[in-house]
Design a binder for this molecule. Structure first.
Ligand code: ADP
Ligand code: ZN
Ligand code: ZN
Length: 660
C-alpha cells in the first residue's frame, strides 16, 4: 500500500510504501494519515530483487511501478481533466524579450521554448522535460507570460485510430512448429525462455499475434516490449487490427502523464489484456500474465542506463519465472550473448524461421570501397554508383533512404594553425556544428555554445570544420539533386512531440524523394515505394570504442538493408565504406547471421570478451585527481586482485588509456 505519514514536529505528510509489518517499533509511532492501494501482488518481491541486483534504492524501483501521475506531492492526475499551461503573451513579443535579454533566466527561457513548441503542456510534463521545479513555471505565470487553464481531454492515445479488422493468417510450417512449442509451455503454465530467430519478414510478428490470441483465449494477458523507436503506428495497427483498441494498452515516453495514467488504470482494472510498450512497460500492473514477448531483443534500449538502472530482458526473465509463463525473445540479428546461450549452452530454446513469409525477395546489396572512389578523384559524399542509382530512382519516382549515423553538420572543429579542437566544457568530447541553429553542441550532455571563428589558443582565424553529419549530407543532396524533395530525421528534427511519426507519414504520404537520417530511419518502418537504401559511411559504428562494434555494425547494416524492397518492387542497397573487407560488413551484405555469429564468437573467445567473461566498469570521480588515483590504486590492488580477476585496465586521464 501507499501511505501518507506525518513526519517531524510539524506533522508534514510524506509519501511512503509499506513493504512489511513489524510487531513492535523502536521508534515513536504516529497514526498513518492515508492508505491507498498501490502495487499488485508480486511487485514488492520484484522491487526487492531489483534493488538488490542493480544496487539501487527500493523506493526508486517501486516508483516505476506505481500509477504515473499519482506520485509524491505533485498535483494528482484526475480522470480526464488536466491543467495545461499555454502562452499568455504574444509569441513574437516573448521571442523579442528573450533575444533582448529581458528574460535572463535560462530556465525560464527553456520553459517558454517548450511551451511555444507544444502550444499546450502540463506542468508535470515540463518538470519531466526540463528537470526544473514548478516554481519557475509559477514565476512565469505570475509575470504574465504563461497562463494556467483546466482542460477536459479524452486521453485515449489510440483515439484517432480507425483500423480494419484482419484475420489470422494460416501459419507456414516453420511458423507452426515454433508457435506450437511456445503454446505448449503457455498452456502448461511453465516458464521457459525461447529465442525466435528469423530474418525480417519471416513472420515473427504473426507468431506473436497468434500466441497472444491463445493467451487471451485462456483468460491470460501478455506484455510485448518493442524498442521505443519502433513503436510506430504501423506496428500498433497490426495489433489493433487483430484485437481491437479496447484490449490494448500502450505505454511509451511520448504519451502525456495523463495518457499514461489512463493506460495504467486500464491495465490495473483488467480491461487491457495486452500491454505494448517500450522497456518500462515491463513494470505495468498486469495480472495473470500468460506470455512476455520482447521483439528486437538485441536492441540496446532495453537496458536503462539511468537510475534506477535495469535490464528489461533480465527483469522479464525474473517475471516470467515468477508468473510461470514463457518468455519469447525475437530478432533477425540476435544479441551474440543470447544466441550463444541458445546455440551452445542450450539455456534458451532456439526456434528458427529461415524463409520470408510472403515470399518477397531479399534486396541486392553492394559494397563500395570509398578508398577506391577517392583514388579515382571522387571527393563527394556519394560514390558514383550511389549517385547513379539515386538519379535513376528520381526518374522512376521511387523513394530513397540515405543513412548516416551522425547528426549535425560537421563532427569536429579544429584550428589548422595549432591543432586546437573545440570540446565540451563538461565532457571533454568534440562539439558538433549545427548549421541550422548556428551553434556548437555536445551530443553527450546537450551543452551548447556559439560558433568559434577565432582560435582561443593561438588567435588564428584558420578555424575549419571537419566531418559530415546529416545536416551537411542534406545540404549536399539538395545541391547535386536540386529537383529532389528531401526530409531529414534525427534527434534534432524529432525532439517535438509526435514529429517522429509526422516525418515518416510525410515521407510516405507525400512521396518525398529522399529520406535522410540517423539510426532512427532503420527500424520497423514499412515503405512500399522505397527501392534504394544508401549507407553513406558504414565505418562510423566500426570505430566506436566498444567490443560490440562489429555486432552493432552488423545489426545496423542488416536492418538498413531490410528497408529496401519489402514489397513487390526489387530493392538495391549500397553500403559505402573504407573497410570493405571487414567481416561484419561482408556478412551484412550476404544477410548471413550464422556466418557473422561464427566469426564473432571465435573472436570473442580468443579475446576473452563476453559471453566468455563479464566486463564491469567501475568509475571513480573527485575534484581532486590525486585522490582518485589513490583510491583507484587501492581498490585495484586490494579488492580486485584478491578476487583474482583477469585484468584491470586503468583508463583515468593520468594513465595511457588501456594501460594494464
Ligand atoms: P517479421 O515480424 O519477422 O518481420 P511479419 O510477421 O511482419 O515478419 O511478416 C512479414 C509479412 O509476411 C507480413 O506482411 C505478414 O502479413 C506476412 N505473413 C506473415 N506470416 C504469414 C503467413 N503465415 N502467410 C502469409 N503471409 C504471412
Ligand atoms: Zn589555434
Ligand atoms: Zn558535454
Amino acid at each position: 500500500s501507499k501511505v501518507l505519514v506525518p513526519f517531524g514536529n510539524g506533522g508534514k505528510l510524506e509519501e511512503a510504501f509499506v513493504l512489511g509489518i513489524k510487531p513492535k517499533s523502536e521508534y515513536e509511532v504516529k497514526e498513518i494519515a492515508n492508505v491507498e492501494n498501490s502495487l499488485i501482488d508480486n511487485q514488492i518481491e520484484l522491487a526487492r530483487w531489483r534493488a538488490k541486483k542493480y544496487f539501487c534504492n527500493i523506493s526508486d524501483c517501486i516508483n516505476l511501478m506505481v500509477t504515473p501521475g499519482t506520485k509524491s506531492k505533485e498535483k494528482k492526475v484526475q480522470d480526464k481533466k488536466i491543467n495545461v499551461v499555454h502562452l499568455k503573451k504574444d509569441i513574437k513579443e516573448i521571442k523579442f524579450e528573450i533575444e533582448n535579454g529581458k528574460i535572463k533566466s535560462e530556465k525560464q527561457q527553456q520553459i517558454l521554448k517548450i511551451v511555444i513548441e507544444n502550444k499546450e503542456i502540463t506542468i508535470p510534463e515540463i518538470e519531466i522535460l526540463t528537470g526544473y521545479s514548478r516554481g519557475i513555471v509559477n514565476t512565469l505565470i505570475k509575470n504574465g507570460y504563461l497562463e494556467l487553464a483546466e482542460k477536459k481531454i479524452q486521453r485515449d492515445p489510440l483515439k484517432f485510430k480507425e483500423v480494419e479488422q484482419t484475420d489470422f493468417l494460416k501459419l507456414t510450417e516453420e511458423q507452426e512448429v515454433a508457435s506450437e512449442k511456445i503454446k505448449e509451455k503457455m498452456e502448461a503454465d511453465e516458464y521457459k525462455k525461447f529465442l525466435l530467430y528469423g530474418i525480417t519478414g519471416s513472420g515473427k510478428t504473426e507468431i506473436y499475434l497468434q500466441l497472444i490470441q491463445d493467451a487471451i483465449k485462456n483468460e491470460k494477458t501478455a506484455i510485448v516490449l518493442v524498442p521505443e523507436i519502433s513503436l510506430t503506428p504501423q506496428i500498433l495497427d497490426r495489433f489493433i487490427s487483430r484485437f481491437g483498441k479496447e484490449k490494448i494498452a500502450i505505454l511509451h515516453s511520448k504519451l502525456s502523464i495523463g495518457e499514461r495514467y489512463d493506460e495504467w488504470n486500464k491495465i490495473k482494472q483488467g480491461q487491457a489484456k495486452i500491454v505494448i510498450g517500450a522497456r518500462s512497460a515491463i513494470f505495468a500492473p498486469v495480472k495473470n500474465l500468460g506470455i512476455i514477448i520482447i521483439d528486437e531483443e538485441h536492441d540496446a534500449s532495453y537496458k536503462s542506463e539511468s537510475n534506477p538502472k535495469y535490464d528489461a530482458k533480465q527483469v522479464a526473465t525474473y517475471m516470467a519465472k515468477q508468473n510461470n509463463c514463457p518468455l519469447l525473445l525475437g530478432s533477425a540479428t540476435p544479441d551474440i550473448n543470447t544466441y550463444y546461450k541458445a546455440n551452445e549452452l542450450k539455456e534458451i530454446e532456439l526456434l528458427k524461421l529461415t524463409k520470408r513469409a510472403n515470399n518477397s525477395e531479399l534486396p541486392k546489396v553492394e559494397i563500395i570501397d570509398l578508398k577506391q572512389e577517392l583514388a579515382n578523384g571522387n571527393r563527394s559524399l556519394l560514390s558514383n554508383e550511389l549517385y547513379a542509382l539515386i538519379e535513376e530512382n528520381l526518374q522512376k519516382k521511387r523513394q530513397t533512404i540515405l543513412f548516416l549515423n551522425r547528426r549535425g553538420y560537421s563532427t569536429f572543429i579544429m584550428c589548422r594553425n595549432c591543432g586546437y579542437t573545440v570540446k565540451c566544457k563538461n565532457c571533454d568530447i568534440s562539439l558538433t556544428y549545427h548549421r541550422f541553429e548556428n551553434k556548437l553542441k555536445c551530443h553527450y550532455c546537450g551543452y551548447e555554445e556559439d560558433v568559434v571563428t577565432v582560435c582561443p589558443e593561438c588567435h588564428s582565424t584558420k578555424i575549419r570544420y571537419f566531418g559530415t553529419g546529416t545536416q551537411k549530407l542534406e545540404q549536399e543532396i539538395n545541391k547535386v539533386f536540386p529537383q529532389a524533395t528531401t526530409i531529414r530525421m534525427d534527434v534534432d528534427t524529432v525532439s517535438k512531440k509526435n514529429s517522429h511519426e509526422e516525418i515518416l507519414n510525410k515521407f510516405r504520404n507525400e512521396n518525398i524523394d529522399i529520406l535522410i537520417g540517423t539510426q532512427m530511419v532503420v527500424k520497423g518502418h514499412h515503405f512500399p515505394n522505397v527501392t534504394l537504401v544508401g549507407v553513406i559511411a558504414a565505418d562510423s559504428s566500426l570505430n566506436i570504442d566498444d567490443y560490440r562494434a562489429n555486432e552493432r555494425t552488423f545489426q545496423i547494416l542488416t536492418q538498413v538493408a531490410g528497408r529496401a524492397g519489402r514489397e513487390q518492387l526489387e530493392g538495391n542497397v549500397i553500403i559505402q565504406t573504407y573497410n570493405p573487407e571487414n567481416f561484419a560488413i561482408q556478412c551484412a551484405k550476404e544477410q548471413n547471421y550464422d556466418k557473422f555469429y561464427n566469426t564473432e564468437i571465435a573472436l570473442r573467445e580468443q579475446l576473452k570478451y563476453p559471453p566468455f567473461s563479464d566486463i564491469i566498469l567501475i568509475g571513480f570521480s573527485s575534484l581532486n585527481e590525486n585522490e582518485v588515483k589513490q583510491r583507484l590504486e587501492k581498490y585495484g590492488k586490494n579488492t580486485l586482485k584478491e578476487k583474482k580477476k583477469e585484468s584491470i585496465f586503468c583508463q583515468s586521464s593520468c594513465c595511457e588509456a588501456g594501460q594494464a
